[in-house]
Design a protein around this ligand. Structure first.
Ligand code: NAD
Length: 283
């Protein structure tokens, strides 16, 4: 038999192995993860997708979401048979995020996957925005992403296993969100989301030696719940006019993209930004 070589790590036809199933790559069986912004549309749908895929999940959000988070965790646990727990934390508060790290280890044992997703779009976020709007946006969206990603990757490294980080950036990280002849009010929001995207890319390079992957998604308009009751059908058509698919995305269309990026289905993907925007970014 020939000596083993470095090239042996590249199987050519894994599908020929009797028990091999490519769909197994999407499984998260036995994995542990947390989702920030877990009470919101994107967050809770990713929590559901992960639980269905076999993971234990901590759904993390502000204490004011308790009435949503408690029954959600119970429903997901019962439906999918994994351990789903609610945890409360303001992601922009260092002490609360440190406490979250302890709670995650207590509740889950470790962290293999993290969806760094909590975010706000503060009213008045235009060219003349007050300092407070800028600061609040950066504190929650960008600093909050940094703080929560830090605890995730430190747990992964301390426990000596790899993992996957997925950050929620935005279409607004890449353009000014053209609507009705001008930009949407996303000045600090877009800056914070562009920062998240580059931070995710940096971590991809820095953490690859530890087997940790880091990627971002950039959703376009997603009917996550935040627009409900706030826009009329005419506004729907106006907003989606520059979107080649002329519609919003759904929470599940985000969840399936995140499942791909957190599972072994994307095991050779790191440092990327996945646009999930109906083609908006093409223009
Ligand atoms: P959402 O408002 O339903 O969810 C956001 C969640 O973040 C809320 O549950 C909120 O309580 C939580 N949150 C806010 N501040 C927090 C803090 N300081 N600490 C902890 N949690 C906090 O909105 P969504 O549409 O589900 O958005 C989720 C993410 O996706 C956000 O980062 C948002 O910017 C981003 N995004 C959304 C869209 C869209 O069209 N819905 C598009 C692009 C990006």
């Amino acid at each position: 038999m020939a000596d083993a070589t470095i090239f042996d790590q590249y199987p050519l036809d894994q599908w020929k192995e009797p028990d091999h199933r490519i769909m197994d790559r999407f499984s998260l069986t036995g994995k542990k993860g947390f989702v920030t912004g877990g009470a919101g549309g994107l967050g809770r749908n990713v929590a559901a997708a992960w639980a269905e895929a076999g993971a234990d999940v901590a759904i993390v959000d502000l204490p004011r979401t308790k009435d949503v988070l408690e029954p959600l965790a119970k429903e997901l646990s019962e439906r999918y048979g994994t351990n789903v727990v609610p945890l409360y934390c303001d992601v922009s508060d260092r002490e609360q995020v440190d406490a979250l790290k302890t709670s995650l280890i207590d509740e889950l044992g470790t962290v293999d996957v993290a969806f760094i997703n909590a975010g706000v779009n503060v009213p008045g976020d235009d060219a003349d925005e007050p300092y407070e709007v800028w600061q609040k946006t950066i504190d929650i969206n960008l600093t909050g992403a940094y703080l929560t990603a830090q605890i995730a990757q430190h747990i992964m490294r301390d426990h000596g296993h790899g993992g996957s980080l997925v950050f929620t950036s935005s279409l607004s990280a890449h353009n000014a969100n053209f609507i009705a002849g001008g930009p949407s009010p996303v000045a600090a929001y877009g800056a914070s989301k562009a920062g998240i995207y580059e931070y995710a890319r940096y971590l991809a390079a820095a953490l690859a030696p530890y087997g940790i992957r880091s990627n971002a998604i950039s959703p376009g308009y997603v009917w996550s719940g935040i627009f409900e009751g706030r826009i009329v059908p005419e506004a729907h058509d106006l907003m989606t006019a520059p979107v080649p698919m002329h519609r919003f995305g759904t929470n599940e269309e985000i969840a399936s993209a995140v499942l791909f990026l957190t599972s072994d289905a994307s095991s050779y993907v790191t440092g990327t930004n996945l646009q999930v925007d109906g083609g908006y970014s093409v223009y």
